[in-house]
Design a protein around this ligand. Structure first.
Ligand code: S3P
Length: 447
């Protein structure tokens, strides 16, 4: 995995209207899961539209190290699984680079196996908390045999006889939920996860598609109880990966804020657990029209026509956070261009993403002359003309890098990011795609 240690800056500059029909890469969450479920299923899984970002390719490499075959043939990924519980002990460390989803889900997938697995990642991933997945794994009998402070690098050793657990998630996290469910697959009996609020449900949907038995109950207090029967028969599937709404967020906001723009983003996944940003932007006055809604691979997808709009500030409630958790940096860019104040509540989880995204977003805005206030778990942005001219530290965070390049498209002075390579994590071809729509970029500092 590339450590992105050599910094190559990139700047974006005030651009004319963005136009055209575009497609963004495949969904990152579904891409990781399709490789992982394919790796433990019997037979072949064929994946169309896999996101070929560094995060997902790290998961592909890890599945090969555990004994599955992953091959690209004629543009599709073919995964031949080992069958459930049949992974082999990897000889080398599993290096997940920047990928929190990859490492946390894989800890569930392999952590209950009766052998030792070593996990590592880049500087960003090494700083992120792993205790949130290690705690439930420990209850199942897994030991952390190397590692300090529940951070990477670390090694797990599964027990001879893992035990099923009932686990109430202490935070709203699809990664933790998924880790527990994936671990429960190899354990006889019923593993139960209770999530306080609904988070993205791709693991549940895809597990069902591969043949697992799940019972999901929405409880009167708003929580969800997900019960999984262990040792299911999982069978390889054909998976079509829809376009990632978290990547679509960048052309979406760009077209809203660059005057005169009119674009269509095709095939975007509209799973209700993922589209809080679209709801928010429509509340702000965004001209977004959905068309051609259809179901593909079990998910509703649609084309989004987006025209530049006069946005106004809104308050984004805390309970919307799980459905737009990765979209706050780009929402902050929309807010910087809106009239009035946008208040974002319930952002505590942003502090433990690829960077402390709350601080990174507020710092980037201030460096570019945008008025904002960072609270412990809130961000308030006051919109107006954007001076720009700042050099934003990306701290190995792809979404910070992409968000501030979008700000540069409307700022008086170019906006620079310190590392153009961060986009490869989740959005290969980002610059080329924006250039086809009419955006202007410049290597160097933009000065
Ligand atoms: C993801 C869950 C979210 C999100 C991440 C992808 C997933 O993380 O931020 O980019 O695929 O399950 P948390 O579960 O930590 O909120």
């Amino acid at each position: 995995m590339s450590a992105h240690t050599t910094l190559e800056p990139l700047a974006s500059a005030s651009s004319g209207p963005l136009t055209g029909n575009v497609r963004v890469p495949g969904d990152k969450s579904i891409s990781h899961r399709s490789l992982m479920l394919g790796a433990i299923a019997e037979g072949e899984t064929i994946i169309e539209g896999l996101l070929e970002g560094e995060d997902v390719l790290a998961s592909a490499a890890a599945m090969r190290q555990l004994g599955a075959s992953v091959e690209k043939i004629d543009g599709r990924y073919h995964v031949t699984g080992t069958g459930l519980g049949a992974f082999r002990q990897p000889e080398e460390v599993l290096d997940f680079g920047n990928a929190g989803t990859g490492v946390r889900l894989c800890m569930g997938l392999v952590g209950t196996h009766d052998f030792t697995t070593r996990f590592d990642g880049d500087a960003s991933l090494r700083s992120r908390p792993m205790g949130r997945v290690l705690d439930p794994l420990r209850l199942m009998g897994t030991e952390v045999i190397e590692g300090e402070d529940d951070k990477l690098p670390l090694a797990l050793r599964g027990p001879k006889t893992p035990v099923p657990i009932e686990y109430a998630l202490p935070m709203a996290s699809a990664q933790v939920k998924s880790c527990v469910l994936l671990a429960g697959l190899t354990i006889p009996g019923t593993t139960v996860v209770i999530e306080p609020v609904r988070t993205r449900d791709h693991t549940e949907n895809m597990l069902t598609g591969f043949g697992a038995q799940l019972e999901i109950i929405d409880q009167p207090d708003g929580s969800r109880r997900i019960a999984l029967e262990g040792l299911p028969k999982l069978t390889g599937q054909r998976v079509t990966v829809p376009a990632d709404p978290s990547s679509a967020a960048f052309p979406l906001v760009a077209a809203l804020i660059v005057p005169g723009s009119d674009i269509t983003i095709e095939n975007v996944m509209m799973n209700p657990t993922r589209i809080g940003l679209i709801d928010t932007l429509i509340e702000m006055g965004g001209d977004i029209t959905l068309s051609n809604q259809r179901v593909s691979g079990g998910e509703t997808i649609a084309d989004l026509r987006v025209k530049s709009s006069a946005l106004k500030g809104v308050t984004v409630p805390a309970d919307r956070a799980p459905s737009m958790i990765d979209e706050y940096p780009i929402l902050a860019i929309a807010a910087a261009c809106a009239q009035g104040e946008t208040v974002m509540l319930g952002l505590e989880e942003l502090r433990v993403k690829e960077s402390d995204r709350l601080t990174a977003t507020a710092r980037g805005l201030k460096l570019n002359g945008v008025d904002c206030t960072e609270g412990p778990d809130t961000l308030t942005v006051r919109g107006g003309p954007v001076p720009g001219g700042g050099m934003v530290p990306t701290s190995l965070d792809h979404r910070i890098g992409m968000s501030f390049l979008i700000l540069g498209l409307v700022a008086k002075q170019p906006v620079s990011i310190d590392n153009r390579r961060v986009m490869d994590t989740s959005f290969p071809g980002f610059v080329d795609l924006f250039e086809t729509m009419g955006a202007r970029f410049d290597t160097g500092t933009g000065a």
